[in-house]
Unconditional design. Sequence first.
Length: 157
Amino acid sequence: MAEFAINKGIGRTVEYKGLRAQYLFIFAGGLIVDFIVFVIMYMCGVAQWFCISFGAISASILVWLTFHLNTKYGRYGLMKLTAVKYHPRYIINRLRLKRLINKHWRLLKSVNAKLLNSVFMLVTRFSGLQTLSHFSNDYIGVGALKLGSPIFHECRT
């Protein structure tokens, strides 16, 4: 009978030699860019020893910097550090006090109107009255009434 190892790393982030999350992608992407720059320099005719030394020095700086950032900021620290740039330092409100009060007063009135409308609909439904919404032939358009059409009708069931 075959023995299988149990994978206990389900749901964990990818880790390689202590590098986790975005640091692993920075490390791999940096090495690929370093190699491409090395090849371009070599194809352009730059001295061979200069290309090799540039590639080795830049790769070692990249490795050191990636591991340093990993130990300093941790798993999510680099994302938090970049997110700080998008937070405003302070919020400025340049509305005049009268305009600010009027804006909130209009909002409050519209909320109260919606609340009163919903209460009115409940009262009319439970009291045996039907509103215009049940009689689409009695009005033209939104809110326009035909002459002689009753606003309320009693329910006859």
